[in-house]
Design a protein around this ligand. Sequence first.
Ligand SMILES: NC(=O)c1ccc[n+]([C@@H]2O[C@H](COP(=O)([O-])OP(=O)(O)OC[C@H]3O[C@@H](n4cnc5c(N)ncnc54)[C@H](O)[C@@H]3O)[C@@H](O)[C@H]2O)c1
Length: 277
Amino acid sequence: MQNFDNKVAFVTGAASGIGLALCKALLNAGSKVMMADIDADGLEAAAKGLGVDDSRISTIVCDVKSAESVNAAAQATIDAFGQVHIVMNNAGVGLGGYPGSIPLDDWRWITDINLLGVVYGVEAFVPLMQAHGEGGYIVNTASMAGHISSPGMAPYHATKFAVVGYTETLAQELAPLNIGVSVLCPTWVKSNIHNTASKRPSADPKNPLPTSKLTETLKNLVENGISPDTLADLVLKSMQAKRLYIFNDPEAKVAISMRHKVISDDYDACLSDLGLS
Ligand SMILES: NC(=O)c1ccc[n+]([C@@H]2O[C@H](COP(=O)([O-])OP(=O)(O)OC[C@H]3O[C@@H](n4cnc5c(N)ncnc54)[C@H](O)[C@@H]3O)[C@@H](O)[C@H]2O)c1
């Protein structure tokens, strides 16, 4: 995607953090934006804060863990702007814990939002992009946690690895339809992601956020992360450059290489055991 002027974009998780910054960057580049989020009050405040003419911005309360809600948001986008060219499936939540300690309803909750929420966005919007024939672009937000793993964050890693694999497949499937695809893989961006576990089904209303050394560390890293506006500008540049992966972390590349080395070493060892190398 070279030119954002007069394009119509749909962004989930638009009330806060990265999603809000993406909306800002798209509006600055000349697009019209449908902002979608489950947080009605936050969404209204975020949209108002952007100070953009009503003809270029609209909002829809949308819960990405419901296909019906995402379909209704897609229809609202068409009703507001006539067509859609850019879809950013960005809404996401965090959840950690160790085996034996994570309620299965919490696992289902994060999977419904972080993985199926992305799938619902693709299912709802690809036919709409195909229908106008002008091409389009999808950005799915995964994470660096979709490339490397660390203890205590299995539900987050599992959903984000899945979004990376899903998006790699989509890139191959949608290229013939002139729909570009990128997977956003950020590390530590200043946002509210460290508070989202408070919405998990098992949260105690009196004390919704789990506290541990790990959650404190994550909170500090997010609060000292890069500006979401810097990341959003990188996303638009990466769309213009048609990059499949979008990264911002100067240090994590070595960890990805180490993961690939373990895969390569184990692969060779297995082939050797089979007498195939
Ligand atoms: N902040 C980071 O360091 C970081 C790093 C890697 C990846 N990410 C990913 O970036 C994305 C955006 O997160 P953020 O950091 O801006 O956090 P954030 O909490 O500031 O924003 C997330 C937004 O998603 C919305 N949301 C949550 N559940 C929803 C649902 N069911 N339906 C619709 N909207 C919902 C929230 O209301 C919120 O406005 C997430 O997918 C997150 O996993 C963030």
